[in-house]
Every structure is written in C-alpha cells, then in structure tokens.
Design a protein around this ligand. Structure first.
Ligand code: AMP
Ligand code: TRP
Length: 332
C-alpha cells in the first residue's frame, strides 16, 4: 500500500472548496492507502495568528476531517507542531533548497503582496516545511488542490537534491493526486477568484458547518448572468460564475459537467439554484451537524490528536535518524 500525506491549515472557515478539492478525496482515499492527515499549525503561523483563534481553528479543522468521514483509527490525524520532526527536517531542507527555487514560488508572491520586506522568513520558507511534512514519512502520494502543484514539484526537487548531495536513496519522489472535477472551486461572488477562507465576505463561500438556511441563502445570492444554462460545456467558456455553479453541482453529485449541462439545458438559474441547494444541503448537512457536536467536545478531539501525534512520531523517528546519518550528524 502506498502512503499518503496531506495537510490543511487551521485558519478557520473550512469551506466547500476545501471539501470538494481536498477533504472529500482524503476520505475516499483511506481505503486504498495508509494515510496521514495533518492540521498544519506551523504553516499557519507564517502569517500572524491570534493564539486563541489558532487553538479553536485547529480543533474545528480536526472536527471537519472526522465529520467528513476520515476514520482516525485507520488513519493518522494530528497537528503538525506536536511532531517536532517536521521543524527539524524543514531546517535541514532550508539548507538544501536554493533561493532561486523559492524565488519562483507564486504563492509567496501572492501572499507577500507589495510589502515583501515585511513578510516573515517563515512565509518564504513555507514550501520547505511542506516538503518536510511529506518526506518525513516517505509519503508516496499527495492529494492536493491544483494551487499546491508548484509546492509539490519543489518537494520532489528537494528529495532528489538531498539524495544526490548525500549519495543516498533516502527520499522517494512523491506523486500528486489531483482530481480534475472541482479541483478549483471559485467564489460565489466572483467567478474569477478562488473560494477562500480569507475572503472578507462570508457570502463568497459555503462553509462546511453552515446551516441549511445559510446554504440556501448563499446560493440564492450567488452571482450569475441573465442567460439560461447551456446545453454543453462549450457554452460555459466565457461564463465563469455559471461554470462554477455547474462544476459544484457536478462534483457534489459525482457526475461530469457534460452530464449536468445535458440535464439542465436551457433551465433558468432560479430552477437550477433550487436543485443545487437541495444537493448541497443533503451533502453538507450531516457533516456540519457532526462538526458542531465534536467542537462541543474538545476532549474528544484532543484525544484523537494525541493518539495521531504518537503514531506519527513513531513513523518519523527512524526516517529522521537516516537523514541525520546521511548528513554526518553524530547521534548520541
Ligand atoms: P487551505 O485552505 O489553503 O489550507 O487548503 C487546504 C486544501 O484545500 C488544499 O489541498 C487546497 O488545495 C484545497 N483548497 C483550498 N481552497 C480551494 C478551492 N477554492 N478549490 C479547491 N480546492 C481548494
Ligand atoms: N500548503 C498546503 C495548503 O495550503 C497545506 C500543506 C501543508 C500540505 N503541508 C502539506 C499539503 C503537505 C500537502 C502535503 O493547502
């Protein structure tokens, strides 16, 4: 069996993009792989975080993973800061990766914006920590949304550079698993922007913990255009909002965009939105309820994280020893 590693930041507001682009796939992959799913709190602090919110968000995201059907007994669910090997291997990779490689990372440019001088060193080195996450367990497969493809490429480069610098075959080349349907869910307010936790408008996203009423209202207010729905996907090329809603419907119902277009050919948006609401509520309702129950029981969540961290440490330790050995560290 291959080994999967993936991570999600504890930055609040888990949304439909996280669900369709990541978490739902994680739950589906558990039957074919050994999986480690990590709440990446060390990545979160690359931008300022309020400590109380970080605590609450870490538990909420953990609740989301469990509520989405990831079994914490069969898989490992943990938070990154509790396994110190992540930080250690990230430092080692800081001394393997080159400035030139990191300078090409588009996410840093986006997140640092105009005030690059003010960005933390951690934000810049973020991809090295991500490589450490994956390689600390010699993970073979990494399910991610397509925004993380470039970081995964860098992880492969780092694995290869380490192996060749120290003449070992220590780290494998991790393969991405990118699902084409709904790899990118867009904002409900602007079809050219990704649905995101950090969008100031809550109407831009459907949160995994939203009530049925919230979901209905957000879909009703979602931006569309005046035309009816097209009969095939070629009619969506210049209609980003329509393409997004149809893409969401296709993903939630596990159908192709072709099939959804055929089903709703020439329908009005108001009819389509009613059907989309029913579908979204049927999918997300039970997950939201379970998330709320778990968030009300932090001891249960912390027990999952504690058990996960222990099992993750046990997997990481021998691999770290191999890495330290390869570099010539005296291990006492
Ligand atoms: P983040 O919210 O940035 O921590 O991302 C967690 C996971 O969700 C990653 O695998 C992302 O690629 C995925 N993801 C985040 N936003 C979206 C989106 N709008 N559409 C699809 N996948 C997303
Ligand atoms: N950077 C990823 C994101 O923002 C989260 C992440 C951290 C991750 N470490 C990872 C994803 C390792 C896959 C593998 O979405």
């Amino acid at each position: 069996m291959g080994r999967i590693f993936s991570g999600v930041q504890p930055t609040g507001n888990l949304h439909l993009g996280n669900y369709l682009g990541a978490i739902r796939n994680w739950a589906r992959l558990q039957k074919d792989y050994d999986c480690l799913y990590c709440v990446v709190d060390l990545h979160a602090i690359t931008v300022p975080q309020d400590p109380k919110e970080l605590t609450a968000n870490t538990r909420e995201v953990t609740a989301g993973l469990i509520a989405a059907g990831i079994d914490p007994k069969d898989n490992i669910i943990f938070n990154q800061s509790q396994v110190s090997g992540h930080a250690e291997l990230a430092w080692i990779f800081n001394c393997v990766a080159r400035l030139g490689w990191l300078n090409r990372m588009t996410q840093f440019k986006e997140k640092a914006g105009k005030h690059r001088e003010n960005a933390t060193v951690g934000l810049y080195a973020y991809p090295n920590l991500m490589a450490a996450d994956i390689l600390l367990y010699k993970a073979t497969h990494v399910p991610v949304g397509d925004d993380q493809k470039q970081h995964l490429e860098l992880s492969r480069d780092i694995a290869q550079a380490f192996n060749s610098m120290f003449d070992v075959e220590l780290f494998p080349q991790p393969e991405p698993i990118i699902l084409e349907t709904a790899a990118r869910v867009m904002s409900l307010r602007d079809g050219s922007k990704k649905m995101s936790k950090s969008d100031p408008s809550d109407y831009s996203r459907i949160n995994m913990a939203d009530s049925a009423d919230d979901i209905a209202q957000k879909i009703r207010k979602a931006r569309t255009d005046p035309e009816p729905l097209p009969a095939d996907p070629s009619g969506l090329e210049t209609r980003p909002e329509a393409a997004n809603l149809i893409g969401i419907y296709a993903a939630l119902s596990d159908q192709s965009v072709d099939a959804v277009c055929a089903e709703f050919a020439d329908a009005s948006f108001s009819d389509f939105k009613g059907r989309l609401t029913d579908l979204a509520v049927a999918n997300l309702g039970p997950i939201g309820d379970e998330m709320k129950r778990l968030v009300g029981d932090p001891a249960e969540i912390d027990a999952v994280l504690r058990d996960g961290a222990e099992r993750a440490r046990a997997l990481a330790e021998p691999i770290l020893r191999e890495a330290r050995n390869a570099m010539g560290f005296v291990q006492v």
